[in-house]
Design a protein around this ligand. Sequence first.
Ligand code: SDX
Length: 427
Amino acid sequence: MNDVAELRYNGKTYKLPVIAGSEGEKAIDISRLRAESGMITMDYGFANTGSCTSNITFMDGEKGVLRYCGIPVEQLAEKATFKETAYLLINGHLPNRRQLTDFSVLLNDHSLVHEDMKIFYQNFPRASHPMGILSAMVNALRSFYPALHESEEEINITVTRLLAKVRTMAAMSYKISLGHTVVYPRPDLAYCENFLNMMFDSPVRPYQLKPEVIKALRVFWILHADHEQNCSTAAVRVVGSSRANLYAAISAGIAALWGPLHGGANQAVIEMLTQIQKNNGDFKSAIGRAKDRNDPFRLMGFGHRVYKTYDPRAKIMKKVCDDLLGALSIQDPLLDLAVELEEAALKDPYFIDHNLYPNVDFYSGIVLRAIGIPTNMFTVMFAIGRLPGWIAQWKESMDDPNWKISRPRQVYIGETLHDFVPIDDRE
Ligand code: SDX
């Protein structure tokens, strides 16, 4: 028997179908609501609104559960490579050995950036933010690779091209910002190793790849790989819904991720901790400001729209942080400060009552500092990690029979009808 919800208003009853997900989530399908009642729903920030069904990522915000295609993120962080995780998200299953080899060959073959794109980098002001550069360069890929996604094969090449080039483009922006020689990708290095080498190798000082650093980066990117319908993924889906090309949709996702309330939070956490450190480590006043409704200050790296318990990724990131700093014998005072801040906040009634816990961004910046990533590239690191998820969600929306162009409604609260007033009659 079909599950139905009833809405009663103004003496009328509207029957709305209820759909159920494979994990028991339920949703009231309001697709017919306006046609039948003349009314729409209002949901600021879409906090209670589903935009699609999806079989990519499952989150349980109350239990702190995160799975990619049914596999717990904890297992992927422990056992998978980032390449395998990217393949899983985009194809819906882990690759067998042959599929992984073919994927690796394609990633290698497409890892170079067109030499003409270097000129773009050289003409950005030196202080340009790497997220603005990355968003622009990804969009520019369309000009260099017009054949996009007419066939399955073209889609796979476009997808692999993006995954392969995004690392090279990110590392190029760093090297060129320093006025250093660009380091090219190497066929003998795997995904994470290649990125580290492109970032830190130099003709006069060869970069020494360390297993602990490679592991930290692998886990960092796996933890960021997808997160269902977050702000930037929603942006990718909205832009993709007009049938704009994949590069444009991903460029929009990068732009949305840039915000300090979203992916920009990892940079904002380090800036917040540095500010507290300058203020004699007084984290108590930061907590006080975060609780003050009249103060726009928020505890960066805390809180989440979906997780109302500890972000499972933050738990893993904290262990990565401890292991990496221990292995590299790094004493980062910001880590000590972050631990103190977390302990104090988790005991504070305001944070308890508001279900505010550390999210993925709270410790991730300290890991990136230990690797040697400059602070203004922290969100670029998030974007490289999230790229497979954006691509997977874009592909799923293209294949969704229920998909249509995104076009929300509104409730108009402006001026009611009145006539044009000639300029000489205006006050
Ligand atoms: C990411 O969606 C995703 O999945 C995102 C992400 C992903 O992987 O894609 O997980 C990545 O973006 C993680 C979040 C990174 N952002 C930050 O760390 C910035 C700080 N956090 C907040 O700005 C906030 O918690 C958000 C933006 C993350 C969530 O905001 P919501 O769900 O819209 O919650 P809200 O703003 O309505 O806040 C609810 C209440 C408010 O208090 P009241 O007015 O109800 O009394 O909680 C308070 C807020 O003031 N609150 C905070 C707070 N976060 C929420 N108060 C102090 N510090 C905070 N960090």
